[in-house]
Design a protein around this ligand. Sequence first.
Ligand code: FAD
Length: 497
Amino acid sequence: MWFKRDLRISDNDALEKAAKQKNPLICLYNLDEERLDRKDVDGIHIKWELDCLEQLKFELEKLGGKLIFNFGNIVHKLEEINISYGIDTIYSNEETGLKWSWDRDKSVSEWSKKLNVKYIEFPTNGIIRRLKSRDNWKKYRDKRVNHDITPTPIEINSPSDLNSDPIPEIEELGIFARELINRPKPGEKSAFETLFSFLDERGRGYRKGMSSPISAESMCSRLSPYLSVGCITIKQIIYHTKRKQRKVKQDPRSSKNLGFSTSLSSFQSRLAWHCHFIQRLEAEPTLNDIAINPELDKILIKDFDEQKFNAWKNGMTGWPFFDACMRYLKSNGWINFRMRAMIQSIASYTLWLPWRDTGNVLAKLFLDYEPGIHWSQVQMQSGVTGINSVRAYSVIKQSQDQDPNGVFIRRWVHELRHVPDEFIHEPWKMTEVNQKKYNCEIGLDYPLPIINENDSRKLGIAKTYSAKRDPAVKLRSKIVYDIHGSRRKSNFKKIKN
Ligand SMILES: Cc1cc2nc3c(=O)[nH]c(=O)nc-3n(C[C@H](O)[C@H](O)[C@H](O)COP(=O)(O)OP(=O)(O)OC[C@H]3O[C@@H](n4cnc5c(N)ncnc54)[C@H](O)[C@@H]3O)c2cc1C
């Protein structure tokens, strides 16, 4: 059983089938060496995986299973195992990743064919392999994610002379990971504790609380890091959410639960988005490199401006709310959806920075890095898909809406901690006397805004709209819609007309 991004024993089709067959079973996890050189991979990702793997090893051993750990090339490791034990079948779950992971899986497939070893992959979540048309996607996805949960094996029969490998600390592998504050607890058990704490109470205010970084921290589900390494499946989350939805409806105090009901419906929509976006990567594994609408990308030429890039990356733009969000993200490895969209759209529209570079920075910052969602969203928030609305966030509006009293800003931008509400969103408007009074000289203690935000954003929007009108771009957008577009009626009309 070759574990990839499916670090769980429950609802794991490959493991269930592998445990049922008659031969002794070896469980293998391979940390692909080539990942360490990738621009989108960070030490925090590897550390998280290894910590989740430690939990998986514990659960497997309870069932009698043994887990081999390897850091290197998967085919070399399979060769080695084959020499010692003779492999009959390799079981694994499908992974929708970037091109390098497809190439890796292809090399395993070729190796197994050459050696007459069976290689069986099982589908996971709502991603449909070899999908012919997006028109049918929802039907297949719903069927898949509403299917019964796959039972957990009750016993694993591993070779008697085999011992599990110790799971190394990342330092032993020469990898560095920055310390995160509030990092979630690793493993499958913690994934379920997180899900139930959300469905029991935290999710009550999800709908209203998801947009502000202050409330989102506790009101969002926080399941994304678990989903990214497969400690839990979308099917399991949907199963428990539906049960909760039924319970909330039946509750005699259900009028009080109205908000909870709406929150749970919104949550279900996000779970569908998860699969919708990963399905895009399934169709085009080069999303980190090639724009969904390359014609549009060609027109929207963006030069790499190092000064703007560094200010953006380091949370030193001089826009307090933006800087607070960036610094929070760096420390926590997580921020809510609205703020991620704002951070990327400011990079692409306001600062006019190339999306591949900023996308890689964000990939490394997110503990929950999921290539299919990530690169689809980076492209969407950069206006290079041609099928999504142009949405360029105003940092001042977001600041006033999501942090009206500057609580979040003062917590994360210490330079501004004495600045009163009146100036907290636009401290550059303070007089020199006030700057002295509030211990923050703009341009000295805290930067002046890197550029005029309002003018630059409007210019970015105008250039993007103009590019979208190009006939070649429009033509490509229609093709893009056929492959990737959500089949919501409003979207259909917009693109087809
Ligand atoms: C530029 C950008 C990059 C992003 N990169 C990632 C990423 O690498 N990994 C990742 O998991 N999410 C990513 N997202 C989507 C979203 O921000 C996160 O899924 C969410 O913030 C995770 O927190 P949560 O689990 O508490 O979410 P909740 O709001 O509780 O949602 C539950 C789950 O639904 C899915 N989901 C929620 N929002 C979205 C969305 N907009 N699109 C697709 N699926 C969604 C996720 O799997 C999430 O875990 C990105 C968004 C943007 C704008």
